[in-house]
Design a protein around this ligand. Structure first.
Ligand code: LMR
Length: 394
């Protein structure tokens, strides 16, 4: 049987992790996978998370199953974090999932169960795994223009024009903040225009929010998502705790389904629980427990917020430093957008050949589409990257 299996396309982000590991050159620089790293190149366990683990180690009395939807306290805490008071809790069905990817996968499956004819409109470019999962599920994908590589900013006219082709029941996948891979984000008036268009078309928004707190701050990063939830009758939201709580390997995420008619909640909730049961029964608890403890304790929460804010500021400083170093060395403002982008990523707009040259001749690793992880840099490596970019003539 196994001989019937076919080769699967490699995930370009994970393939790069492997190539980087195998590179023996000292001083190699990893700007690939979206994992936060401090100035020493470590991915630390956040202080509040470590403390919550200690508390939980003492308090935990059983490893028995929780519930198909996970602990409702986790859902409450996350709904509050992401949606604030944009919508009453009674209007939100939610299940814990294994990471943000789990939430994205469950969301696509829910769409497919509800409306097998739905087409999913996806930004061009987007996180490659969005496309991969949609293909795996056999769902129809339509790309919408999103990024203008020349200016490094959102091609908003192109986006509106392409979303204008949506039909009732189609789904628009939007990045809540810190667009992956480009780093270019919608302004609030642009969110409002998208909301009006989706409502006009009878289309359903789905938001993937995996970097809340990495862009403009916890509240500001959720503003687009909250506007959509207020403005559209039905919304799906896949949220990840991997990055903002730094608990990548614990696989912690949540899928929320919001309906303006609270009477729809029970049916949606039952379908979400059913989906969890079919795919893995109970979602992992440990990471969700830590998040619940941190968000529910004023001291832990304040410390988490402070550490997250320091992470965010550090990435902003690196952005400013990189943009000005590139400006100084190249004598042009071409890369000024690096300072305007937000979140972990920026797409630099280099050709695949230049990206390859940077890897081969300078041991600098970025994704083939020239996405860099800003957090892979530090004050010492920013000038090295800037010099290399100018040297390859990018
Ligand atoms: C990324 O885009 O690098 C992250 O979301 C990690 C991943 O799973 O791809």
């Amino acid at each position: 049987m196994f001989e019937l299996l076919k080769e699967q396309p490699k995930d370009k982000i994970l393939a790069l992790v492997q190539t980087f590991r195998e590179d023996k050159r000292p001083g190699k620089i990893d700007l690939g996978v979206g994992v936060y790293k401090d100035a020493e190149g470590r991915t630390p366990i956040m202080r509040a998370v470590k403390k919550a683990e200690q508390l939980w180690w003492n308090a935990e009395e059983t490893k028995a199953y929780v519930g198909l939807a996970g602990d409702p306290a986790f859902s409450d805490a996350m709904i509050d974090l992401v949606l604030g008071d944009a919508v009453p809790r009674d209007n939100v069905a939610a299940v814990a999932t294994p990471g943000g990817t789990g939430a994205v996968r469950q969301a696509f499956e829910l769409i497919q169960m509800a409306n097998p004819n739905a087409r999913v409109f996806v930004s061009d470019p987007t996180w490659p795994n969005h496309l991969s999962i949609l293909k795996h599920l056999g769902m129809e994908v339509v790309l919408y223009r999103y990024f203008d590589s020349e200016s490094g900013s959102v091609d908003f006219n192109g986006m509106l024009e392409d979303l204008g082709g949506m039909r009732p029941g189609d789904v628009a996948l939007l990045h809540g903040c810190c667009h992956n891979p480009t780093g270019a984000n919608l302004t609030m008036p642009e969110w409002d225009a998208v909301i009006a268009l989706l409502n006009d078309k009878g289309a359903v928004p789905m938001i993937d929010i995996a970097y809340q707190g990495f862009g403009e701050g916890l509240e500001a990063d959720a503003a687009g998502t909250r506007a959509v939830v207020k403005g559209c009758p039905e919304v799906l939201i896949a949220a990840s705790c991997s990055k903002n709580f730094g608990i990548y390997r614990e696989r912690t995420g949540i899928l929320m389904a919001v309906h303006h008619d609270a009477a729809r909640k029970a049916l949606t909730q039952a379908n979400l629980a059913h989906l969890n049961r079919q795919n893995y029964s109970f979602p992992p608890d440990h990471g969700a427990r830590l998040v619940t403890l941190v968000l529910g304790d004023a001291t832990l929460r304040a410390d988490w917020e402070a550490e997250l804010e320091a992470v965010r500021q550090g990435m902003l400083d690196l952005r400013t430093q990189l943009a000005s170093e590139l400006q100084r060395l190249s004598g042009s403002d071409r890369f000024g957008f690096v300072a305007q982008h937000r979140g972990m990523f920026s797409r630099l707009g280099l050709s695949p050949e230049k990206v390859e040259e940077l890897r081969r001749d300078h041991a600098i690793y970025m994704i083939g589409d020239s996405r860099i992880n800003i957090a892979g840099l530090n004050a010492q490596t920013v000038p090295i990257l800037a010099k290399a970019i100018v040297e390859v003539g990018a």
